[in-house]
Design a protein around this ligand. Structure first.
Ligand code: HEM
Length: 503
């Protein structure tokens, strides 16, 4: 018998530990189907997310393995909208997963958070209660004047710079949205549209950060170790423009308040509403939270809204039948005296076809094209009859949920807004609940009413005043990266004044 030498013992221990770790990893969620490699390592998913879009792969996995698929040693994805209620429930205790950390920006070498990546749900609820007034439907009229001012600048921009020559639709929408956000957040006229360029330098920066998040989502610990450490961030990471811009404005406003230059009554921009909330609830809305809120407003509201407006216009141009039907609805409202320029939110808020077109555009191209990840609370949970132990990461990709045929119909791949008008009662409610374009549950987008206000005024105004045409009408934008696909596949259009206003 060969004697047991020290190196042999060492190698045996190493191999046994390795086998033990792999077995434990595999065992954790052993009843749940998925690619074999995914049961042992997150590198399987990381490779796909790093090199290419993940959601088409995810869709195929669900077709093959069913409604719950294991996509990592500790991560499952679900495709059945019935489980959204479990994961999104306000009292369910599902916190955001570590993967959101990769969204963080940097200022002066320090990683700066936002409320989007907050994991402490209790703290998050308290902040939302303290500043929630700024975002409720009752406050929407506060923003109508800002939409008017920025929409005027948009119309001016089109008439001055765009008529006759092809341009990237998303570029224009980004300039619009930056002007709008800086107006509602800081009361500033930032002049992106009037100067027809990205004066703040913020238009493309979010794309890079979101792509970083897409790539590193499966490996949050490694991402934190490499990118969130002080050395790396001080020497190798560019400061986030929006985080720096936000920090500078907060400081400037505090100085103005100190000097008595801010009236205690009267119209409030978002920053002032946050500062007012901080004065009322100093323990909850602490100074660093103001920066988080400001960051969130700019970073979460920019590309999402501009990308959705671009998607809706693009889909209308690709589908002349839907385009004509929407114009008919708008013109009938105008002819009946229910709609005039400048458009007020009350005139368009409940136009059924406009509402359906926007929902359908967001269904087909939800802005975020990676799974939204939550952590199962310690006591574990059931998705249907599948038990998930505490700390499992559950992921739901809007792209995947939005392709559910049982919920949305056999023609899920089509752009057909009528699906929202044909269904009634429980079926309609199920479709509404399954639309994850604004996220889910307690962490649903807090800016959704503002976005609705903007989109329902901007889209009809553009459609009734201008005639847009796609330069490459036969090209189909894949939407694999959500709205960020448009950075790779620009939607080039031409525009002319509409003579007959669509009649
Ligand atoms: C069409 C436009 C918009 C879309 C599709 C959209 C989409 C989303 C989604 C999907 C989330 C949740 C992300 C997650 O769970 O991982 C979110 C969160 C958020 N959005 Fe929006 N958004 C839009 C416009 C806006 C606007 C205009 C603002 C601000 C004025 C805004 C502010 C926020 C904030 C602050 C959060 C974080 C909420 C939280 O964690 O509690 N969004 N948004």
């Amino acid at each position: 018998m060969a004697s047991l030498s020290l190196p042999r013992i060492f190698v045996s221990c190493l191999v046994s530990s390795f086998v033990f770790i792999l077995t434990r990893r595999y065992w954790r969620l052993k009843g749940i189907n998925g690619p074999l490699l995914a049961a042992f390592t997150d590198l399987w998913r990381a490779r796909i997310q790093y090199f290419g879009p993940f959601v088409p792969t995810l869709l195929k996995l669900h077709e093959k393995y069913g409604a719950i698929v294991r996509i990592g040693p500790n991560t499952v994805s679900f495709s059945d909208p019935a489980y959204i209620g479990v994961v999104g429930s306000a009292r369910g205790g599902f916190a955001k997963a570590d993967s959101y950390g990769a969204m963080r920006g940097f200022v002066n070498g320090k990683s700066v958070g936002s409320i989007i990546d907050m994991q402490d749900e209790e703290k998050h609820r308290a902040i939302k209660r303290a500043v929630g007034n700024a975002f409720i439907t009752k406050s929407m009229l506060d923003y109508q004047g800002d939409v008017d001012v920025v929409l005027d600048a948009l119309l001016r921009n089109i008439r001055t710079h765009r008529l006759g020559s092809p341009f990237d639709l998303n570029d224009l929408m980004q300039l619009f949205q930056l002007d709008f956000l800086l107006k509602i957040a800081f009361g500033e006229n930032s002049g992106h549209l009037d100067s027809d360029r990205d004066v703040s330098g913020m238009a493309k920066v979010l794309y890079k950060r979101i792509m970083h998040w897409y790539a590193w989502q499966p490996l949050p610990n490694l991402e934190r170790f490499i990118f969130q450490n002080p050395l790396w961030s001080r020497f190798f990471v560019q400061p986030s423009k929006w985080a720096r811009a936000g920090a500078m404005r907060v400081e400037a406003r505090r100085e103005q308040i100190k000097q008595g230059l801010v009236a205690s009554e009267g119209p409030r921009d978002l920053l002032q509403k946050y500062l007012d909330a901080s004065e009322k609830h100093p323990d909850i809305v602490r100074p660093e939270i103001i920066s988080w809120l400001v960051n969130s407003t700019i970073s979460a509201g920019a590309d999402t809204t501009s990308g959705t407006l671009t998607t809706a216009l693009y889909l209308l141009l690709k589908h002349p039948r839907v385009h004509a039907k929407l114009l008919r609805e708008l013109c009938e409202a105008r002819d009946a005296g229910r709609l005039s320029f400048p458009i007020r939110y009350a005139m368009v808020e409940h136009l059924p076809y406009l509402d359906a077109v926007i929902k359908e555009a967001m269904r087909l191209n939800a802005p975020l094209a990676v799974p939204l990840e939550r952590v199962v609370p310690l006591q574990g949970c059931f998705l249907g009859d599948v038990y998930l132990p505490g700390r499992t990461v559950v992921a739901c990709a809007p792209y995947v949920i939005h392709q559910n045929k049982e919920c949305f119909g056999e023609d899920v791949a089509e752009f057909r807004p009528e699906r929202y008008l044909e269904k009634k009662g429980a079926d309609l409610l199920a479709m509404e609940k399954a639309n994850l374009a604004f996220g889910l549950g307690s962490r649903i987008c807090i800016g959704r009413h503002i976005a609705d206000l903007e989109m329902k005024i901007v889209l009809p105004s553009l459609l009734m005043m201008f005639d847009f045409k796609l330069v490459n009408p036969d090209f189909d934008v894949p939407f694999d990266l959500g709205i960020f696909e448009m950075e790779l596949n620009p939607i080039t259009v031409t525009v002319s004044e509409r003579v007959f206003h669509g009649k």
